[in-house]
Design a protein around this ligand. Structure first.
Ligand code: SAH
Length: 353
């Protein structure tokens, strides 16, 4: 892809209108091109059949379409599909299609690599290389939407920002991608079918509340005790649970939307009653529910999934206090597509190069 040309999908409809008018063309041309680019996800100017050859040449001379390319597709025995997605600059991210009886969910990445150092996550082993552009996030969703139709003959129903990267550290681009995903000029999906998952950056949670976002919020909590959480997720040191709780109160006050806590229970780390009770207490900060996620091993290391007894003990304590807690089965483990396993295993050479 030629770097000198501007990514046309960085232009708003208004920018595009100005471009056409200043080049002596009709304003409505912009709407036609915009529709091809977003609603129809076209990859080439030449396929824009209602645009004259002359105009297409002019567009080609000025812009590129930095469309993603699904470089490798892996199918899990449980139906999960993992896409290794090549970006215009040859960097790779991964996205996952997760089928269940009721839903087809797209799990998408927001950054190449990740700057956070959560000790249990494979993506953390990759350095953060860059933020994804809105169109690169959007394209991942479109690719999975197409795969849902091709392989399952079903529509895409949900989107989760639980792939590589921390969405709140690429806030503007994530919001702009979500705007396109939910817009009638894009995919027209309902915001309530979208969940943004974050380590929980208080300042950004407050910003989301101020922006009155309409999608769901999930927090990767993993411990409601500062000492343990800091050990697991070093970002907790500068953003302790008290600040997180504060921002969640603000979120609820503004949005009236409850939050979901993602929680892995590890053997010998947070599998005791003190941790379960601390979680139950934290769940009272604002209306919430808990998703207990199975640990997906990323190496032979220090982390092991806790026993079934520990999981049962958590459920008993949470439910005893009226908190909804669900155990989420892991999907796509055999192709390293499960939570925390996205690390470009098949492309590590390229990423490190
Ligand atoms: N940065 C965002 C989104 C990416 S991670 C966030 O932290 O929320 C998506 C989810 O997978 C998070 O809840 C994360 O804590 C969890 N996760 C990471 N590594 C995991 C692993 N090895 N096993 C199970 N879940 C993991």
């Amino acid at each position: 892809m030629e770097q000198s040309k501007k990514d046309i999908r960085k232009l708003s409809l208004q920018d595009l209108e100005e471009f056409f008018v200043s080049n002596g063309d009709k304003k409505f041309r912009a709407k036609q091109v915009y529709d091809w680019l977003w609603n129809k996800s076209l990859k080439n100017f030449d396929d824009m059949s209602n645009i004259s050859k002359e105009t297409r040449e002019m567009l080609k001379n000025n812009f590129s379409i930095n469309h993603i390319l699904v470089d490798l597709m892996q199918h899990s025995s449980d139906g999960t599909i993992k896409n290794a997605v090549k970006l215009y600059d040859s960097k790779i991210v991964e996205s996952v299609l997760i089928p269940t009886s009721k839903r087809i969910t797209a799990c998408v990445s927001s950054q190449v690599g990740c700057s956070l150092d959560c000790n249990f996550c494979a993506t953390a082993r990759l350095k953060r290389m860059r933020n994804l552009n809105p169109d690169e996030i959007y394209d991942q969703v479109v690719a999975i939407k197409d795969e849902a139709e091709t392989y399952f003959n079903r529509p895409l129903t949900n989107i989760v920002f639980m792939g590589m990267g921390e969405p709140l550290l690429n806030y503007n681009n994530v919001i702009s991608a979500i705007d396109k995903i939910t817009s009638p000029t894009g995919l027209g999906m309902a915001p309530r079918r979208i969940t943004l998952s974050t380590v929980g950056i208080p300042k950004m949670i407050k910003k989301m509340a101020d922006d009155e976002v309409k999608f769901n919020l999930a927090i990767s909590l993993h411990s409601a005790i500062n000492e343990t959480r800091t050990m697991l997720m070093p970002i907790n040191e500068v953003n302790p649970l008290e600040d997180l709780a504060d921002s969640l109160r603000y979120w609820y006050q503004k949005t009236k939307r409850k939050v979901t806590y993602e929680y892995v229970i590890w053997d010998g780390i947070n599998d005791d009653e003190a941790h379960a009770k601390a979680l139950a207490k934290f769940c009272k900060v604002i209306p919430s529910k808990v998703n207990i996620i199975q640990y997906n091993p990323i190496d032979e290391g220090e982390f092991r999934q806790a026993s079934q007894e520990a999981v049962d003990m958590y459920i008993r304590i949470l439910e005893g206090q009226g908190i909804i807690a669900k155990v989420r089965k892991s999907r796509g483990q055999d192709i390293d597509a499960a939570c925390g396993q996205l690390a470009n295993k098949n492309e590590v050479g390229e990423l490190e190069g």
